[in-house]
Ligand binder design. Structure first.
Ligand code: EPU
Length: 428
């Protein structure tokens, strides 16, 4: 199939030379922005969001809000969303199917309007990505769930959702966020147990609390919410810096920089990665809202890595880190514990010259250092796409990356920003 305009990147590889000596700024967090857009439906008079990244997933969430009847005003990185008084609360199938984050709207919509209809949320193909925690949780809060003609119809007629004790079988980021939001408008007490601990959840919870919600236990596995009804706030929701974008840049710096300063980020959100980079042999300096990655001139060392819920090593940085490990001298092992299909990128790295053995769907071994060679590749998802981009920049020769729209879902104008660091890549 022919590529659409702008969906291809042509990269001239640096053959492992450390050509970067500069600085790059981190944008607002994708995963914080998408939940904040959903949270707007908890507010009586609307909500202003600041520091939004200008990326596809955010645009799609804003589009969904508008389609639900909300007034949406966008100005640069700021958006104002005023929810409608009444809404049919039916998510547009075509858009909602494309992004996993669409599921975040279900909690606030159901809690506010008493019903919600939505398709199975799509997003990156990195595993099965079921929604059973959501359906079970809605039922526990007194709603009925029907699956009809490809859509889920959830209804909480009469007095709406009631508080409940919900135990998540696994720590789930979007399930924790969805039920935290739903509980704010539900009647009575909700106790959420085995919650995810990602900083975006705490950011959301603190903001809702500032707006009058009664929430305790933020930053712990047990969050307790006493439902109080619609919220009112006068200050904007400040979207956090994107820790995954910052981490991706740190990995790029570890491969290609003499020195790379990453500004506008929160180093404490990346402790697991920064420790690992030091173990691999980089020098890391952190300051207020800043990380500096410095080459030491020593050989890079192999490491064993296991992805883990926050504050462990993030699954979203696992594929880019694998590219770094192809340049370390010796054998590294990666164990992916969160998603089933997040090692599929390995075959492409092998075709570029990496020595990788896929031991089973969750585990692979990498032996380095190897010289990667540029070739034509196609992004299968956001983070694997970024890994191919990084591999192409490190490789010898030219790499052509197709399906760049996957990378654009999470990294704003990545080509322009990396060009500003002196790297050679063009979009077609
Ligand atoms: N799970 C279930 N049932 C559910 C929900 C989740 O079994 O109903 C399982 C998943 O299959 C997975 C585990 O729980 O094995 C954890 O998945 P989680 O629900 O935490 O993932 P998510 O909320 O769908 C968010 C991010 C992802 C990120 C993961 C893990 C958003 C919008 N997405 O997804 O971000 O990888 O948490 O940290 O916040 C990305 O940015 O590239 C991305 C995929």
């Amino acid at each position: 199939m022919a590529d659409v305009a702008g969906d291809t990147l042509i990269i001239e590889g640096q053959a492992g030379r450390r050509v970067i000596n500069g600085s790059i700024r981190v944008n607002g967090s994708k995963n914080d922005a998408v939940q904040a857009i959903a949270a707007a439906f908890l507010f009586k008079n609307g909500l202003t969001l600041a520091n939004l990244p200008q990326i596809d997933d955010v645009q799609k969430m804003l589009w969904l809000a508008k389609d639900l009847g909300a007034e949406v005003k966008i100005s640069g990185r700021t958006a104002f969303i005023r929810p409608p008084r009444m809404s049919r609360a039916t998510l547009d199938t075509e858009i909602a199917e494309k992004i996993r984050a669409s599921i975040l709207l279900t909690g606030p919509l159901l809690a506010r309007y008493g019903s919600v209809t939505f398709p199975h949320p799509g997003g990156c193909v990195i595993g099965e990505r079921p929604i059973d925690f959501f359906l079970a949780g809605f039922r526990q809060m007194g709603a009925s769930v029907r699956h009809r003609r490809g859509s889920y119809e959830v209804n909480a007629p009469g007095r709406g959702l009631r508080g409940a004790a919900i135990f998540f079988k696994n720590q789930s980021v979007t399930a924790t966020e969805t039920f935290l939001m739903a509980a704010v408008l539900a009647r009575g007490l909700t106790v959420l147990r085995n919650c995810a601990l990602e900083p975006e959840i705490e950011n959301l919870g603190r903001f809702l609390r500032h707006a009058g919600a009664k929430i305790s236990g933020l930053g712990t596995p047990t969050i307790i919410v006493n439902g109080r009804g619609l919220l009112v706030v006068h200050r904007p929701y400040q979207v956090l810096p994107d820790r995954i974008e910052a981490g991706s840049f740190a990995i790029l710096g570890a491969l290609l920089a003499k020195r790379l300063e990453i500004t506008g980020c929160e180093p404490s959100h990346l402790q697991a990665l920064l420790n690992l980079l030091e173990e691999i042999g980089l020098r890391i300096k952190t300051g207020k809202n800043k990380i500096t990655v410095l080459a030491t001139g020593r050989k890079l060392k192999p490491v064993n890595l296991k992805t883990h819920e926050y504050p462990g090593f993030p699954t979203d940085l696992q594929a880019p880190l694998a590219v770094l490990l192809t340049q370390a001298a010796g054998a590294s092992v990666i164990l992916e514990t969160i998603f089933e299909s997040r090692l599929n990128y390995a075959k492409t790295l092998i075709s570029m010259g990496a020595k990788i053995e896929i031991l089973n769907p969750h585990r692979l071994a990498i032996v380095g250092p190897t010289t990667l060679t540029g070739r034509k590749v196609t992004s299968p998802d956001l983070r694997a796409g970024l890994a191919y981009l990084v591999a192409g920049l490190v490789a010898k020769g030219r790499t052509v990356v197709h399906n760049v729209h996957y990378i654009d879902r999470g990294y704003e104008r990545i080509d322009e920003r990396l060009r500003a660091l002196g790297l050679a890549l063009k979009r077609f």
